[in-house]
Design a protein around this ligand. Structure first.
Ligand code: PMP
Length: 390
């Protein structure tokens, strides 16, 4: 380890130390070119070769079939909220809706963006709540109650891991299986920003998978979109004009070099993809490790006699973002104890633990770069903090 602070931020988040070291050298002289990675031309042979290598590394890690384009885009996950609408909604009178499965803050934001873009069209944004809250308890809704548009929707959108709320689908097949069982075969669009490369994904089940850095890979500035090409080559033209910087076809044809890409961010992704392969091997192994790390903290929560409370049904507790509240003896959430928790943890070199400003509480993000020993330090701290306040 090159630093003694353990960092659990939700994004931007920790990058593996090995990758940071290599990048430090690259800033001055990238791959022996005599030019730094912040300076190198994106049209240089070396740079274009590196981009191709980055794409190949990702394709091999995720087993991405050739009929899918792998695009490196800018504008973050938020730009993808728009890109999905602009690229997939076509001039097809049979399509009257776009379906959004809402599981938390980010799927809700994506639906709002769709509403904004489709406001002056005849299309409706159909929002389907995946959870309902009765007497403060959250429960997954029954798929038979989902008001899916089926043949009349251009796609069904959902978020696989809600970074703010700490809600993760039990597997990346979970929603596709349910949609199948409901007789819905519209293309599926998924936001995997915060659990990308944390577990296996059957890419063929999706129309579009996107993931923004900086959470489980690479630094902010780059977003990966994996797009089934036949969605783009369908007969009807797009309903709305697509800015060239968000156009999946243009990015596919130009190998993500339509305009200047975030060169240094992509170089870091390249190292992260390589690091994942050499350090962990496969996504199956990464998933086991992620579950092991998260279970250390969920275990602390469940054995705390109600001092720590997870608001999420056990089946949907995220392995990436462990979210919990601290509760007083009277059963009320205690923000002052949460402040003390964050302060005390920082005093012990455990940082980035404050919950998102919109929901409060504590959030421990356990992306791939976070080591098991670091998670154990949080678990030990949680126990001692609970004892102190028993
Ligand atoms: N989706 C998810 C699941 C996210 O966690 C985030 C970022 N926190 C976004 C989308 C938005 O990404 P960006 O900030 O890169 O626009």
């Amino acid at each position: 380890p090159v630093r003694d602070v353990a960092y659990f931020g939700a994004g931007p988040a920790k990058i593996p130390e090995e990758v940071l070291r290599r990048t430090q050298d690259d800033i001055v002289n990238w791959r022996g070119t005599g030019v730094g990675i912040l300076e190198v031309s994106h049209r240089s042979t070396e740079y274009m070769a590196m981009m191709q290598e980055t794409e190949e590394r990702l394709r091999s890690m995720m087993d991405i079939p050739t009929e899918y384009a792998v695009l490196f885009m800018a504008g973050g996950g938020t730009a993808q909220f728009a890109a999905v609408v602009l690229n997939l909604v076509r001039q097809d009178p049979a399509k009257r809706q776009v379906d959004y499965l809402i599981s938390g803050s980010w799927s809700s934001k994506a639906a709002q963006e769709a509403e904004r873009l489709l406001a002056h069209t005849d299309l409706q944004v159909n929002q389907i709540q995946l959870f309902n809250k009765t007497k403060g308890e959250m429960a997954f809704t029954c798929p038979s109650e989902w008001n899916l548009s089926r043949e009349t929707t251009s796609y069904v959108y959902y978020c696989d891991n809600e970074t703010i709320d700490g809600i993760e689908m039990p597997s990346s097949d979970y929603i596709p299986d349910m949609l199948d069982a409901c007789g819905c075969n519209a293309p599926i669009v998924v936001d995997m920003s915060s659990n990308f490369l944390s577990r296996p994904v059957n890419v063929r089940r999706f129309g579009v998978i996107f993931a923004t850095a900086q959470k489980n890979f690479g630094p902010a500035g780059v977003t990966v979109a994996i797009v089934r090409r036949n969605l783009l080559t369908v007969a009807a033209p797009p309903l709305l004009p697509i800015p060239t910087t968000l156009d999946y076809c243009i990015f596919d044809k130009s190998h993500s070099l339509h305009n200047t890409p975030p060169c240094s961010a992509i170089s870091v992704c390249n190292y992260v993809f390589e690091w994942l392969g050499t350090r962990f091997g496969t996504l199956v192994h990464i998933e086991q490790l992620a579950q092991h790390k998260a279970s250390q903290l969920y275990h602390c929560i469940s054995e705390s006699d109600g001092f720590y409370r997870s608001p999420i049904p056990p089946n949907f507790q995220s392995s990436m973002n462990v979210v919990f509240r601290i509760v007083k003896a009277d059963g009320q959430v205690a923000p002052e104890l949460e402040d003390e928790f964050v302060r005390d943890a920082e005093g012990r070199g455990l940082t980035g633990l404050r919950g998102h400003r919109s929901v409060g509480g504590i959030r421990v993000s356990l992306y791939n770069a976070v080591r098991t020993e670091e998670v154990m330090r949080v678990a030990a701290f949680m126990r001692s903090f609970a004892e102190k306040h028993a």
